[in-house]
Design a protein around this ligand. Structure first.
Ligand SMILES: Nc1ncnc2c1ncn2[C@@H]1O[C@H](COP(=O)(O)OP(=O)(O)OP(=O)(O)O)[C@@H](O)[C@H]1O
Ligand SMILES: [Mg+2]
Length: 259
């Protein structure tokens, strides 16, 4: 893994972080047969991009994100992360890759409710072989970055939704990932808190160059990104700069439907 990072750091062009080629996903149906959810998904994401993956409910966004996050494997196609084909890796190898390279932010925060804020943020550092004092120092630094340094000994249940999501972002950052994957990060928040979180993600992308792939079904949220990939019925129907209005995407939906 070290060699991959070294190669990536010396490259001149923005490095390719995610490369999906002809990715398909089929799920078995309970009554037999299977349902195809993703069709020939092909796109690259380069270092420093902020990409929104947008589409209606059931279009395959989370399925796509789970593959990108090495939480699930595709039925076909190839997936390269940092130039390494990870399609055929074992669950253990995938777990190492997730821990080392990817920070996750989920709609429901996924915090451990009986552990303190500080413990939650320290979690991804557990497998890094760092001494306890260093883990605490790093977790505190991340909490400071999200403005929650005074809340380290609170339990997640004592925090507002927006604060919980900030803890989740601090946890995602603790492992020093180059890539953050966020699945509907503001889906459980009111619009004021949601905007705060989006501004924060945007700031991370701008000032620290952290690559972000964010799933949303709302155009107003996708506008925070620099690039928009629209998925409809498991097909990419748009991939480009965020358009000024949603109308461009609705046109592309009807194109996708005809397929
Ligand atoms: N583990 C699974 N087993 C079987 N079918 C699944 C599984 N996960 C997803 N699906 C199906 O795949 C399709 C796409 O689901 P997915 O969760 O990717 O959609 P989504 O775009 O994220 O939707 P939402 O906006 O509602 O979160 C749906 O028809 C869903 O029922
Ligand atoms: Mg989803």
């Amino acid at each position: 893994m070290g060699a991959i990072m070294k190669k990536a750091q010396t490259a001149k062009k923005p490095e390719t972080i995610i490369s999906l080629k002809d990715i398909t996903k089929k799920f078995p149906l309970e009554m037999g047969g299977e349902q195809q959810v993703l069709f020939d998904i092909t796109f690259d994401v380069h270092a420093g991009e902020f990409v929104a993956v947008m589409g209606p409910s059931g279009s395959g966004k989370s399925t796509c994100m789970n593959i990108i996050g090495a939480l699930d494997t595709p039925s076909g196609g190839t997936y390269e992360l940092y130039g390494r084909n990870i399609t055929g890796l074992s669950p253990d190898e995938l777990a190492v890759i997730r821990n080392e390279y990817i920070g996750f932010v989920f709609q429901q925060f996924n915090l451990l409710s009986k552990r303190t804020v500080l413990d939650n943020v320290m979690l991804p550092l557990m497998y890094r072989g760092l001494p306890m004092s260093e883990r605490v120092r790093r977790a505190r630094e991340m909490l400071r970055r999200v403005g929650l340094e005074k809340f380290e000994s609170y339990l997640p249940t004592q925090l507002s939704g927006g604060m919980k999501q900030r803890v989740a972002i601090a946890r995602a950052l603790a492992g020093d990932p180059k890539l953050i994957l966020a699945d509907e990060p503001t889906g459980a928040l009111d619009s004021k808190m949601g905007n705060e979180i989006l501004k924060f993600l945007k700031e991370l992308n701008k000032t620290q160059g952290i690559t972000i792939v964010m799933i949303t079904h709302e155009f107003e949220i996708a506008r925070y990104a620099n690039r928009l990939i629209h998925i409809y019925d498991g097909h990419i129907t748009y991939d480009g700069p965020v358009p000024n209005t949603e109308a461009a995407l609705i046109k592309s939906e009807s194109k996708g439907r005809k397929k």
